[in-house]
Design a protein around this ligand. Structure first.
Ligand code: GTR
Length: 402
């Protein structure tokens, strides 16, 4: 973790200028200026300067929000035999190993569409294990920790998340679905304040911004990409990350950090995802860091009630995906995920798509966005949930770009 900021917006706000070169260490919250408007994502109108600015943004997000990640440890994948026939295609489970030998592997479930070679891939975390996506008894049950809410009254977790993942329909539309149990990388345990479970003890992050669970999950997504990009079963150049809510935050974070991910579709990702921390609506930094402190680097909680001191906002994370296609989806009645704040974030990030030669977001006459454009935000009726019909929106967007 680099402890210094390049000369830029923050240095100007703090010091009134730079005087050349690098300036101060990442200041603590009480030394940061309080600025009500989200800071500008761009500091230069030249596309040549974007990669340096992008690197600076990545460091800001690592330091203040998510924590850093270990050096990249490329993964290897071993496919299980036999490949199973399932409705609409085939299923194979891949054991993805990375890091020290004792580190828990990722068990990547890969649903492949019938008759399509090298299909594009929707890559998504799941909450309860790969076996929770279908009632097929042949899909091995995950042995990793699962939340109590994964089980029905009889304690059964198989098929528990099937309503969120219309697997046969995804296959019918010509896409593969790659998914793994998030607990393979890090159990979603708020009491794990000292990062003692999951991948953390095996791959510690040195420095003053330890990684939280969202960063660990995103790192795991990249290890799945290590396998997918070299696999002959799918097209590694057409991988989209998809996720709902906390997993939507990860779909965005993973794509922001990993340029091999060709598309991001964060669904109702809310605070810590697409929506602005400076927004008046929805979940505050105080609420999210109170209930889910483990998701972030510990210092993010210092911005509770002090959001205006953040030297960034979530449109910085969105902008890191540019110029790749990104669709953010919200529910009209999902107050907690803050649809207006998400829309504003997309609008603020748009200038980076334009800088890089994309048309970016295209607002239509009725105030909605063109969902065939590279950057888009949309809502659908309803509250906070992911349902089968959401996938039609995701796959239509993917069809328009892949
Ligand atoms: C909520 C949390 C949100 C969102 C959601 C979810 O309780 O406040 O940030 O992540 O959980 O993942 O369903």
């Amino acid at each position: 973790m680099v402890g210094r900021l390049a000369c830029g917006w923050l240095a100007v706000a703090l010091l009134g200028g730079c005087g050349g070169g690098e300036t101060e260490a990442f200041p603590p919250v009480d030394e940061l200026p309080s600025i009500l408007d989200p800071p500008p994502v761009l500091e230069s109108a030249s596309a040549d300067d974007w990669s340096a600015r992008r690197a600076e943004i990545a460091e800001l997000l690592d330091h203040y929000v998510y924590g850093g990640t270990p050096e990249s440890v490329p993964a290897t994948g071993t496919e299980a035999a036999p490949i199973l026939d399932v409705e609409g295609g085939r299923y194979v489970e891949v054991t993805v190993r990375y890091g020290p030998a004792a580190a828990p592997p990722i068990v990547l479930g890969l649903f492949l569409p019938e008759g399509v070679s090298r299909s594009p891939v929707m890559l998504a975390l799941n909450k309860c294990g790969n076996h929770s996506l279908t009632t097929d008894p042949r899909i091995p049950e995950s042995t990793a920790w699962a939340a109590e809410s994964c089980a029905d009254e009889s304690g059964e977790t198989r098929g528990a998340r099937a309503s969120l993942f219309p697997v046969a329909r995804i296959l019918e539309r010509g896409y593969a679905l790659a998914t793994f149990h998030e607990s393979d990388v890090d159990p979603d345990d708020a009491s794990d304040r000292d990062r003692s479970d999951g991948i953390h003890p095996h791959l510690p992050v040195e420095g003053d911004a330890p990684w939280g669970t969202l960063a660990a999950w995103a790192y795991g997504v990249s290890r799945a990409v290590d396998y997918l990009e070299s696999s002959s079963l799918v097209d590694g150049a057409r991988i989209a990350t998809v996720g709902h809510s906390r997993r939507g935050k990860v779909a965005l974070l993973a794509a922001a950090r990993d340029p091999r991910i060709a598309m991001a579709i964060p669904h109702q990702s809310g605070t810590g995802g697409v929506t602005l921390s400076r927004s008046d609506g929805g979940e505050s930094v105080m609420a999210i860091t109170l209930f889910f402190p483990h998701w972030f680097t510990p210092g993010f909680a210092d911005f509770a009630g002090e959001e205006a001191r953040l030297p960034l906002d979530q449109h910085f994370l969105v902008a890191m995906v540019a110029p790749r296609p990104l669709l953010a989806v919200d529910g009209v009645d999902d107050f907690w995920a803050d649809p207006p704040g998400a829309r504003r974030s997309i609008e603020l990030a748009d200038e980076v798509w334009e800088l890089l030669g994309s048309e970016g977001a295209v607002e239509l006459g009725d105030g909605t966005f063109d969902l065939t454009a590279d950057l888009a935000w949309t809502t659908r009726p309803g509250e906070h949930s992911m349902v089968a019909s959401d996938w039609e929106i995701f796959l239509d967007f993917a069809d328009a770009h892949f």
